[in-house]
Design a protein around this ligand. Structure first.
Ligand code: PBG
Length: 332
């Protein structure tokens, strides 16, 4: 490819950069509202909102306000919303039974959105951490996070979410064998059209800090998640996990966090050519907002540039707390 470029001055790569029109014409990648999945935090109560201190601009919303937010998002062209519950600490137990309660906060929110904003796709989170007394994504026995018993619970959770009307199940737990178990259970229950967007390559990352505040899991968490989430030093392993999840029935795959792992996004897209998503996680959001609030970067420009980077890396979409703000810009 490089050999076909004429030597200077026959070739002057600056030529097509000389006007906005030429720059637009030669642009390879672009961001659109259709690329956005908006993660929102749901809380109890009515007409209630609580700011998440470590995520300026993000609030936990009561179910009625989540419905209004979903409506606004749909109107702005955002195709999907992803729900994360802030669970009352009194409901957190060792057996995590609230996770598959058909009337838990998350499932109530799904029903309410489905009833009033049927055009937006609803994605869920499947993991035990919002319901677990010790903040882990799986059951803890003798200080170990156990796999197979956790998968059984995740299947119950998945079915309750599908029953409530979820369009996309998002397993963020990183247990082994969960995708196959969920897919078989969904098929057996007649939920043939429910998608699974697997958090296939989810790293044990320090960038999740603000999220754990947002869902109230940081105080609860004992130890770290390194026995189930991926080692940040690994890259080939991500390909094996994506391949495994696809073979077990995942429709779409995710890389998480986002910006520090763009190399993984590109490798996954090149290898598998399946719908590929990245999660621009809470810590990434917080860093951009903090720098912007200090006047150290142009927040809006950095937001759009960071989101475009995911498209360039091969992603089909991005989970981002910036979704409503980005949509506002894209709709101008
Ligand atoms: C937990 C979960 C986490 C996130 C999404 N689901 C945190 C974790 O694994 O501890 C992180 C999202 C973010 O940081 O924005 N199952």
């Amino acid at each position: 490819m490089v050999q076909s470029i004429a030597p200077f001055p026959l070739s002057r790569p600056r030529r097509p950069r000389q006007s906005e029109a030429l720059r637009r014409l030669t642009c390879e990648h672009s961001l659109s509202t259709a690329d956005l999945i908006w993660p929102v935090f749901v809380r109890d109560g009515e007409n209630a909102r609580t700011p998440v201190v470590s995520m300026p601009g993000v609030e936990r919303l009561s179910v009625d306000l989540v419905v209004r937010a979903a409506e606004k998002a749909a109107r702005a062209g955002i195709p999907a919303i992803c729900l994360f519950p802030y669970t009352d600490p009194a409901l957190k137990t060792e057996d995590c039974a609230e996770a598959w309660n058909p009337d838990n906060l998350s499932n109530r929110a799904i029903r309410a959105i489905k009833a009033e904003v049927p055009e937006i796709a609803i994605m869920t989170d499947v993991a035990l951490d919002p319901y677990n007394i010790n903040g882990h994504d799986g059951f803890v026995e003798d200080g170990k996070i156990v796999n197979d018993r956790t998968v059984e619970a995740l299947v119950k959770m998945t079915l309750a979410q599908a029953e409530a009307g979820a369009d996309i199940i998002g397993p963020s737990d990183m247990m082994d064998g969960r995708i196959g178990a969920m897919r078989r259970a969904l098929e057996a229950a007649g939920h043939f059209d429910v998608c699974i967007l697997s958090y296939s390559a989810k790293y044990a990352s320090a960038f999740y800090g603000p999220f754990r505040d947002a869902v109230g899991a940081s105080g609860a968490l004992t130890g770290d998640k390194k026995t189930y989430q991926m080692n940040p030093g690994n890259s080939n392993e991500a390909l094996r996990l994506v391949e495994r999840d696809l073979s077990e029935g995942a429709d779409m795959v995710m890389i998480k966090p986002g910006m520090p792992y763009l190399d993984i996004c590109r490798r996954v897209k090149d290898r598998f050519a399946v719908p590929t998503y990245a999660y621009q996680v809470s810590g990434e959001y917080a860093m951009i907002q903090a720098a912007a609030q200090n006047g150290w970067v142009d927040g809006d420009a950095v937001m759009l540039e960071s989101l475009l980077a995911f498209k360039r890396a091969g992603c089909d979409g991005i989970l981002t707390y910036f979704a409503p703000k980005a949509a506002e810009f894209l709709n101008r």
